[in-house]
Ligand binder design. Structure first.
Ligand code: MCN
Length: 804
């Protein structure tokens, strides 16, 4: 049973598998996505670089000037100051000595295929594309740099002023308790291994691409921007700053957003600045909707890392020293600083305590699409590294792979556990809670780990190759700095919740309503939730890093508690009772244990704002309390506010660490080398769950994405920096047919760091999948699998080369 009660939660909606309220609307085509808006708007299209690296000699727009429906053409030279400045570098870091971001339109050099060079605005998108096709850009081609290994040789430079193409270099070292460094511990260990592990480039592929639509109101001097974004408040700040508008004159609204997975957090995207700017300049509505090819070549990618490992261990498989060197392929720009490799470096140790650790990474520029966080953000690489290491240790010692992991686990009584590492913000990385041995026990039971050798042997007797794999991870979730929530009870008894972060399919409308209904004792259908609309809530950070449940969830609960406190106070006056004796149930405040005497929250809302008295239906009901509640008094007492509403913020001291373990059974075809996943099992711990069904949905989605990353999805660049598979014809994603049934078990170790005891869940599913599949294929084949993704032809090649 899940731990209910405690943490001040009063009814049972928190923790219940309530069906997602948004789905009816979304699956019946009633969603309002970016491209459903602004039908009469002018359309923007972009001329993008066809070269990976080139100098722009000249741009000739003359042929396009007569194009049908053309409204405007803009190059870098046409942009005013601020708009033309390089886009911001969002997360600087001292190790990022050479951070570089792009200009919104290329100034003189293009550094990847797809970089925007010219913006065209026309009556509709067809005409805009036609006009764009008439623009001639004269390029002097430069030598492109593709792949980190070529890049580090430094023969050709992505940015002329970045020697060796190295944007950042960072070393973190955690010595052993005896004070020895990792290399020293490896050298002194009874056993040693060293190997290289590669993960290829992939990217998030939301069904809806990016998009922005802007309306300028010249009379009011205000701008309304709709963006398919994960961070409407930051788009607002960026647009206001770039266009020189006061913040209150810019509103940004995220309508329904068809997925993000990280790519919609880079703020602002060039298009998010240029489209509003054009709308303001032209005094017309302007819209741009990303097409799929643009998404491939002009948004962001991730994963791409080469990792070199040295590990020393004892006879039990306990890691005494671990030294990891990472080459991180950053693509052409670093809008997000070095957040991805830092996450890899600092969360690589997973659920393990090891003797000494040294990690070193270099972040390398290449003439490819920039790298920014994609669901999991550096952790799939980290887990691939650590879990492959565990498997290699087990293979070397001839020990059970689960047993080797268990020998290294941090134990439940060792929390809070400080890994001795410093995160991006320079603060120590401390795990708050978890129960890794119990997780492993549950997983082994779920997947039949201990009996698998029999299953495998039986299959082998029929000529079938089966293998089982395992992967464990931890994930720092719920990063700050803050989120807020506003809760208002109106005199119809409805509860209106708003929070500034956005939603892209995570089910926030449901879970935040569950929290409010629970905290305020009202039925779920009385609660409505608005997210991502700066008109409703202006201060927010955004939805990424699995932070909405922890941050906004707690903020909304705290705001509800303010409302509840006031409701009890006002009702107590009306009922001539002590607030401490009151409870709220089914939307009625009453004396506990006395079902008769009660005052509906709707009435309390009227009593909280007597000025509304004369206009409201609830007023009639409120009159019965006129003798006790003084309706003639000034509505606002000192320190109080009118109305039944509250706002609060939640700001965590540090991230809370979710964790989990996955296992998979795969079958590899002896002839065709096809890899099929027969079983997939997940044990997952995200602290207290608001809605276990939504958490499971998140895990399933994550695992599906992970299966894509393990077996199908990769960005294939040729030596000229051309992306060869920039369409869904060639970039394979798993369908329902490739994603196995996923067995899930939940463990709930509450986070001691926040009032609701929550940890994040939105990324976890994807994190260990490549490691797990590699582990399983290796088990089936008896050949090391050190590079992911793996296709049948690559497995075939592995078989061939390992026979030699
Ligand atoms: N949840 C819960 N109990 C918990 C933790 C989470 O019920 N203890 C619920 C939350 O309330 C929320 C969902 O699970 O409904 C995910 O919560 P959380 O972990 O807070 O993640 P966020 O809501 O911040 O979403 C971001 C996360 C990330 S980082 C990526 S990437 C991702 C993901 O969510 N992108 C998604 N899941 C996605 N799902 C969809 N459909 N589309 C995306 O683009």
């Amino acid at each position: 049973p899940r731990g209910r009660g405690g943490h001040g939660v009063s009814t049972r909606l928190f923790g219940e598998p309530v069906a997602r309220r948004e789905d009816g609307r979304l699956v019946t085509g009633q969603g309002r996505y970016l491209d459903d808006l602004g039908h009469d708007a002018l359309a923007a299209a972009f001329v993008r670089s066809p070269h990976a690296h080139a100098r722009i000699r000249d741009i000739d727009v003359s042929a396009a000037l007569d194009a049908d429906g053309l409204v405007a053409i803009y190059t870098y030279e046409d942009l005013p100051e601020r708009v033309r400045d390089p886009l911001p570098l969002l997360i600087p870091h001292p190790a990022l000595t050479h951070g570089r971001t792009a200009y919104p339109l290329a100034r003189d050099v293009v550094r990847h295929v797809g970089e925007p060079v010219v913006m065209v605005v026309a009556r509709d998108r067809y005409l805009a594309e036609d006009a764009a096709a008439l623009i001639e850009v004269d390029y002097e081609q430069l030598k492109p740099v593709v792949g980190v290994e070529e890049a580090v040789q430094g023969a050709h430079l992505v940015h002329q002023d970045v020697p060796g193409n190295v944007g950042a270099h960072l070393v973190q070292e955690v010595p052993s308790p005896g004070g020895a460094g990792a290399e020293q511990e490896v050298d002194a260990a009874p056993h040693r291994l060293s190997f290289r592990l590669d993960i290829e480039r992939s990217a998030s592929m939301p069904l809806e691409g990016r998009g922005v639509y802007a309306r300028w109101d010249a009379d009011d001097g205000s701008l309304r921007v709709y963006s398919s974004t994960q961070t409407s408040t930051s788009v607002r700040m960026a647009v206001a700053a770039k266009l020189g508008l006061p913040l209150p004159k810019v509103e940004v609204i995220a309508p329904d957003v068809g997925g993000g997975f990280g790519v919609k957090i880079v703020h602002p995207w060039p298009e998010e600045v240029l489209v509003p700017w054009a709308a303001m300049l032209l005094g017309r509505e302007v819209k741009w909707t990303e097409d799929r090819r643009e998404h491939f070549v002009a948004s962001a990618h991730e994963r791409a890392q080469v990792q070199q490992v040295r590990v020393g261990f004892d006879d039990e498989g306990r890691v005494l020293g671990l030294s990891v060197t990472i080459l991180h392929d950053h693509g052409a720009y670093t809008p997000y600083g070095i957040i991805v490799p830092i996450i890899t470096a600092t969360q690589l140790l997973g659920p393990y305590k090891i003797g000494a650790y040294r990690v070193e990474f270099s972040s390398i520029y290449t003439n490819t699409v920039q790298v920014t966080p994609y669901r999991g953000a550096g952790r799939p690489q980290a887990v691939f590294c650590m879990e492959r290491t565990m498997d290699k240790i087990a293979a070397y010692l001839g020990r059970d792979r689960a047993q080797v992991r268990a020998a290294n686990f941090i134990q439940p009584d060792e929390f809070p556990y400080d890994q001795g590492l410093l995160f991006q913000d320079g603060r120590p990385l401390i795990y708050d809670s978890g129960d890794y041995p119990e997780s492993l026990r549950l997983l082994k039971e779920l997947v039949g780990w201990d009996d698998f050798h029999e299953v495998k042997a039986e299959a082998a007797r029929h000529g079938r190759r089966l293998g089982i794999g395992i992967g464990c991870y931890v994930e720092g979730t719920g990063v700050g700095p803050y989120e807020g929530g506003h809760v208002q009870v109106t005199s119809d008894g409805r509860v209106h919740v708003s929070t500034g972060l956005t939603s892209q399919g995570q089910g926030h409308e449901t879970v935040f309503a569950q929290i409010a209904a629970t905290e305020l004792g009202v039925p779920l259908d009385r609660v409505s939730v608005v997210t991502g609309d700066t008109r409703r809530f202006g201060y927010a950070v955004g939805t990424f890093a699995s932070r909405a449940a922890v941050l906004s969830g707690n903020a909304i609960a705290l705001a509800c508690r303010k409302v509840r406190e006031k409701a009890l106070r006002v009702a107590a006056e009306a009922l001539e009772a002590d607030p401490r004796d009151l409870e709220i149930e089914d939307g009625v405040v009453r004396v506990a244990g006395n079902p008769g005497a009660g005052v509906p929250l709707a009435t309390v809302a009227v009593l909280s704002n007597p000025l509304r008295y004369a206009f409201d239906e609830e007023a009639v009901r409120a009159t019965q309390f006129a003798g006790t509640a003084d309706l003639s008094r000034p509505p606002v007492d000192d320190g109080d506010e009118p109305g039944l509403e509250g706002r609060d913020y939640y700001s965590p001291v540090r991230s809370t660490f979710a964790s989990g373990m996955h296992a998979a059974v795969v079958e590899t075809d002896p002839d065709t080398a096809e890899i099929r996943i027969l079983r997939y099992a997940v044990v997952h711990d995200c602290g207290r769950m608001i809605n276990p069904m939504i958490v499971e949905g998140q895990i399933h989605g994550g695992v599906a994405q992970g299966v894509g990353g393990a077996l199908y999805e990769r960005m294939v660049y040729d030596g000229h920096g051309q992306l060869l598979n920039a369409s869904f014809m060639d970039f394979l994603m798993p369908y329902a047919t490739e994603v196995p049934y996923i067995q899930t078990a939940h463990l709930e170790t509450p986070s001691p760091l926040n009032p609701l005891g929550i940890k994040g869940a939105g990324e976890a599913g994807v994190i260990p999948v490549s490691a797990v599949i590699a582990s399983a294929v290796e088990d089936a084949e008896g050949i090391p699998v050190d590079r992911m993704p793996i296709s049948p032809s690559e497995l075939h090649e592995l078989r061939r080369t390992s026979r030699r």
